[in-house]
Design a protein around this ligand. Sequence first.
Ligand SMILES: Cc1ncc(COP(=O)(O)O)c(C=O)c1O
Length: 345
Amino acid sequence: MSSRGVVDLRSDTLTQPTEPMRQAMSAAPVGDDRYGEDPTVNRLEERFAELVGKPSSVYVPSGTMGNQIALRLHGTAGSNVVVGRRQHLMSYESGAAGLNNAFQTYAVDDSGGVVDTAAAAEAVAAGRGGFWPPVSLICLENTHLASGGLAIGAGELAVAAGLGPPVHLDGARLFNAVIALETTAEELASTATTVMSCVSKGLGAPVGSLLAGPADLVAEARLHRRRLGGAMRQAGVIAAGGLYALDHHIDRLADDHARAGRLGDVVAGRWPGSRLGEAEAACGRPLTNVVAFRPPDSLGLLDHLRLAGIQAGLLGPGIVRLVTHLDVDDADIERTVAALSAAPD
Ligand SMILES: Cc1ncc(COP(=O)(O)O)c(C=O)c1O
């Protein structure tokens, strides 16, 4: 529960750094990262690259910047970039993909969590035949937020990667997928050329994301980071929070998933069929720390919860989201269960 006595389920970005994380941050050795001289940033970049099985990685201020840099790395002018219609970099980055680049986004259905591979294959084939623009990149997201945090297995990710063009994986919550699928980040990222993940979400660090890939692309990514104003100085202070999170907060994501499961069961009982991702979860794509659902009156439900001391968010019009994280415990969940049970129809 937050210090305000409110259970805040709007997002997993709302966590406060824990006391040991703050200590690690205050003790971190730092230098000027713009010169490559911050030892803590360097350690974080090495550690992340190792976890996702890529040669190199770069620390960026946000997941959005990591995704946008990846688009610049791969997306050539006049090409098509295939992206799921409801992926973060299509729907929730304020139009940056179109504003910052000279490619076209080719949006395909991703309501089940993965891009429609038949539609992606058609775009690739038509591009090769010279009918449509060539496809320079395919974007995937894992876990897939807009479908309720579905975790996608390496086999399914490989199908899109098998189409030929490079893949960028938005793994803002990749470690939630790792825990839900009992696999490794390296396995899930193995078919992607570049992978981005955030330490500032369920992992509980205050700031930052990492973009990993081949050394030459990461060197180019550093240039784009500078162009976008994302090169930082003594960033080791915040990077230390990320290192602490990678060392201590991955396994505990299972608790967040169990708590979201409890809320999801109550939502499914209260408003049957309203939870996003339920059908896919029944077919083996596990849901993680997001409970997204369409109640009959979404705004009324937000008001009802607020009066009970619970903050919920909206994922889109009519879709309520409850996201579990480091600062939510079992008592908070039971309080939310009681409020959901007492909500008007
Ligand atoms: C799937 C996904 N990708 C990227 C981002 C962007 O991260 P940031 O908020 O750090 O820019 C988010 C943020 O919620 C996200 O959910």
